[in-house]
Design a protein around this ligand. Structure first.
Ligand SMILES: [Fe+2]
Length: 179
């Protein structure tokens, strides 16, 4: 079953002065499971990478690693998200995905949301909190489960392979950057 672990800790701004740091925690925000799979290994690997980044951000907040550390991870998440979306969109165009325009619009909206968030964090209008993590968790998993899983069967029907050693051009580009 797809598992989103419940965060019970209080909402704590990252930039507050804490008397004592919390004990180190390995708490995981999102557990990867087959319920998040789109059925294509190459895409799943990229989604898993984004899930790992969110978990890394979660750990940074839990362990009070500091605002700069958390913001750096968020920047990584934003950058990888944009590249991942570009990979998905190029595959959609190559394979003639009929819902391309709608999906692209969703991506643009998600990028606008996360940019807006990033700006507010950088300008100090907002803090990195567990509440924000909750938003990002929904932001990522909802899109994967409600939008991305729809293209899986279509991609496969158009010749995409579920698992292969040989990656697509987009996948090779991803691997050369982050592999
Ligand atoms: Fe997508």
């Amino acid at each position: 079953m797809y598992a989103l672990l419940t965060e019970t800790a209080e909402i704590t701004p990252m930039n507050e002065t804490a008397a004592s740091p919390r004990p180190a925690s390995n708490a995981t925000l999102i557990e990867w499971s087959d319920d998040l799979s789109v059925g294509i290994q190459e895409i799943d690997d990229q989604h898993q990478f984004l899930v790992d980044l969110l978990n890394k951000l979660h750990r940074a907040i839990h362990q009070r690693q500091g605002k700069a550390a958390a913001q750096a991870i968020l920047t990584e998440l934003v950058d990888y998200t944009k590249i991942h979306f570009a990979v998905e969109e190029s595959l959609m165009r190559i394979l003639g995905y009929p819902a391309y325009d709608d999906h692209k619009q969703q991506h643009d909206h998600l990028v606008d949301e996360i940019h807006d968030l990033q700006e507010k964090l950088e300008s100090g209008k907002k803090s990195i909190t567990f509440e924000l993590l909750h938003f990002l968790r929904i932001w990522l998993t909802k899109h994967i489960m409600e939008e991305d899983q729809q293209y899986g069967p279509f991609f496969l029907s158009r010749g995409a392979v579920a698992t292969s050693e040989k990656k697509s051009i987009a996948g090779r580009l991803w691997s050369s950057l982050f592999g």
